[in-house]
Ligand binder design. Structure first.
Ligand code: IVH
Length: 669
């Protein structure tokens, strides 16, 4: 391919990718399969690698991330980054309406919008390309987070059409949908990182991450709500948002023009009731004067426009009695205090428990057993205690003394300098930690031993069959005894042992993740496995060697070193090695060859030996082609567990051969 041809191809791919991206993330109407999209992106990235001089700053490849920001530079805003005056009652809104009508002559039209609860962002565009993204900061200057913002799929890197101003800024809110938030917190807790309190904090934290590839994975979203430019193209705010939508921005579908206060109240009431159904948090609505001319007349105060106001929803709250504070011990030894409440109705459910997070929160709220406390269900998923009704405090109540010993094993608790939580350091002797570690080890994304779930672990632990993860691989020696256990029987013991046996084939990166080293999540385990190849190299690596790549930070490196400095952990690994678990990266198994030349593969389902990415890489390294959809041209389908039923049907209809991962492995070795 000549450079000229490469340039044309890059342009074509970029254009198509952005269009598919727009359809998927802005319109929510996907037009191709994820897989085909990924393949096009891969082609683009490969071409750009060959011709780096052809990479444009608004190439869709920027969305995958990879660039690292060491320091976010401060940027002065072109237009002051104002906030909104808040209101909490109908009277406040009546006053606002009166002020507006006093300030301007003629009819007033308002626009009602949702108030998104995330992080404000200003996006600057020049000649239709995103050139800079800046956070609100102190209102006068914010941080340049362009690299990270480019990974947000609903933000256009290049605008559609031609009717936009040559230079303008559009502002909106970056937020994290509930589903992603819950998933991230689950993963964080799994590896011993503290959970984010709410999606807003999570968005803010993500936006300031150094590695943009990580930001890309967090799947942030962004809705735009105000536009600024020197040229005045529109007469009204509503019109500007409608146009912004045509240029490719995501603008809310729930924007309504209102003529009167009663229409505004109707909008508020509707969303106060229906906000639970949205996929993201809102904390109120925003009311804006629509006409730009009228906005100009009304002007600004030092902090906020006089032509707009926000109305904040009241968080749903209830008062109830705190009956007891108990303490939970997690897999990593982290202690979480839990408020046990007199059951109370709140937002459609009965609440009996609420997290008290850590010792500092208890201290700050001064909550005591017997207190009447306020429980709130805001945007957060777990209800929280927001305060104490001191008037109702019983006379002889005692200040809460945080526990100093582990409630499960009695060991003295510790608290790191910068840690919010207390920890039980007795990881080798504290039952919930031991069982938690085993549960993590056998979980689906780790060793995937289905037949060894939490109940079986609990039972086998209590009966003394397993005291640590390595003991799992000795269970076959106790077959007879196991069969004698009530409710176990021959069949379930055989399932259990088969599941354990099969787990020996789980690839190294997942074994590494399964060990449960603090802060080593799935992504990091994968990176470590790819970079250092085998467990011995990881065990021997120094902190400097570990942090030599941008991906592994100091905290993680310390945690790895710490883990392997413990003799018992080393012994555990040695035992696991002896039992035949994978402690070397097998990605290399697929040597460059032409064995699969001319063959087309579809990969579908979940696999045990290989990850899906490994399979795809292996196909390509051996000269084969991977496609997303089954057609008459497909040579093989490599089917794992849970293969899509549609694919299966189609394959049968077209007579395409279906093979499993073992058969595939034979093909390439
Ligand atoms: S308009 C001058 N519209 O609320 C116009 N803001 O407290 C100022 N926000 O900093 C902003 N949803 O982060 C506007 N539909 C919406 C909004 C919205 C959320 C945020 C924004 C702003 C803060 C003001």
């Amino acid at each position: 391919m000549t450079k000229e041809e490469a340039k044309k191809k890059i342009e074509k791919l970029s254009k198509e990718l952005e269009e598919h991206n727009y359809k998927y993330y802005v319109l929510a109407q996907p037009s191709i399969s994820d897989y085909d999209f990924d393949m096009m992106m891969k082609e683009l990235i490969e071409l750009e690698k060959k011709y780096p001089e052809l990479i444009s700053p608004d190439s869709p490849s920027q969305r995958v991330g990879g660039a690292v920001t060491k320091e976010f530079l401060a940027v002065k805003h072109d237009y002051p980054f104002l906030s909104l005056d808040n209101s909490y009652s109908r009277e406040d809104l009546e006053d606002f309406d009166t002020r507006v009508r006093k300030g301007v002559a003629g009819d007033i039209e308002y626009v009602c919008e949702l108030k998104y609860d995330g992080v404000a962002i200003g996006l600057k565009y020049e000649r239709g390309s995103l050139v800079q993204a800046v956070t609100r900061g102190d209102g006068e200057q914010g941080d340049d987070v362009t690299t990270n913002v480019k990974t947000i799929r609903s933000i256009p890197l290049k605008l559609k059409g031609k009717e936009f101003p040559e230079k303008f800024e559009i502002r909106g809110e970056i937020f994290m949908p509930h589903k992603i938030f819950e998933q991230i917190n689950k993963e964080r807790e799994e590896v011993g990182d503290s959970a984010f309190a709410n999606p807003r904090n999570s968005s803010a934290g993500t936006l300031k991450m150094q590695d943009s590839a990580e930001v890309a994975k967090r799947k942030l979203d962004c809705i735009m709500y105000v536009m600024y430019s020197k040229e005045q193209l529109f007469k009204s705010h509503y019109e500007s948002l409608k146009e912004a939508k045509n240029w490719g921005f995501k603008v809310s579908d729930y924007i309504v023009k209102c003529k009167s206060l009663s229409e505004i109240f109707e909008f508020i009431d509707y969303w106060d009731e229906h906000r639970k159904k949205l996929a993201f948090d809102i904390d109120g609505v925003v009311i804006k004067v629509n006409s730009y001319d009228q906005q100009k007349v009304l002007g600004f105060t030092a902090k906020s426009p006089r032509w707009a106001i926000s109305y904040k929803f009241k968080a749903e709250s209830a008062a109830t009695i705190l009956e007891e504070i108990t303490y939970q011990v997690g897999r990593t030894g982290a202690i979480t205090p839990v408020a046990n409440l007199k059951p109370v109705h709140l937002g459609g459910t009965t609440v009996k428990r609420a997290s008290l997070h850590n010792a500092d929160i208890i201290e700050k709220l001064d909550v005591r057993v017997g207190d009447t406390v306020f429980v709130e269900k805001g945007g957060e998923i777990i209800p929280k205690i927001t305060g104490v009704d001191l008037k109702k405090r019983p006379e002889h109540s005692h200040k809460t003394k945080y526990i100093s010993k582990c409630p499960e094993c009695g060991t003295e608790l510790v608290r790191g300098e910068e840690e919010a939580k207390h920890y039980c350091p007795n990881e080798w002797g504290c039952p919930p930690q031991i069982k938690g570690n085993m549960e993590h080890f056998t979980s689906r994304r780790a060793m995937n031993i289905d037949s060894l779930g939490s109940e079986t672990i609990e039972m086998l632990y209590e009966k003394g069959f397993i005291k640590n993860i390595a003991d799992i691989y000795e269970l076959h020696k106790h077959k007879k005894e196991l069969q004698e256990i009530e409710r176990m029987g021959e069949k379930s013991v055989s399932n259990l042992l088969t599941g354990i046996e099969e787990s020996r084939q789980v690839p190294f990166e997942r074994v590494l993740y399964a060990l449960g080293i603090r802060h080593v999540g799935e992504t990091l385990a994968k990176k470590l496995a790819r970079q250092l190849r085998d467990i011995d190299s990881i065990m021997e690596a120094t902190e400097e060697q570990l942090t030599a790549t941008n991906d592994i930070g100091e905290q993680v490196a310390k945690s790895i070193i710490n883990y392997f400095s413990e003799k018992r952990n080393k012994e555990l690994v040695e035992r696991l090695k002896k039992y035949g678990l994978q402690f070397e990266s097998n990605v290399e198994q697929a040597k460059q060859s032409t064995k699969l030349e001319g063959l087309t593969f579809v990969v579908s389902g979940v696999f045990t030996k290989f990850s899906r990415d490994d399979l795809k890489a292996a196909i390509e390294q051996n000269g084969g082609k991977v496609v997303g959809t089954v057609s008459g041209k497909t040579s093989y389908i490599i089917a794992g567990e849970n293969m899509g039923p549609e694919k299966l049907k189609k394959a049968e209809k077209l007579n395409v051969k279906i093979i499993d991962e073992n058969a595939f492995e034979k093909m390439i070795t």
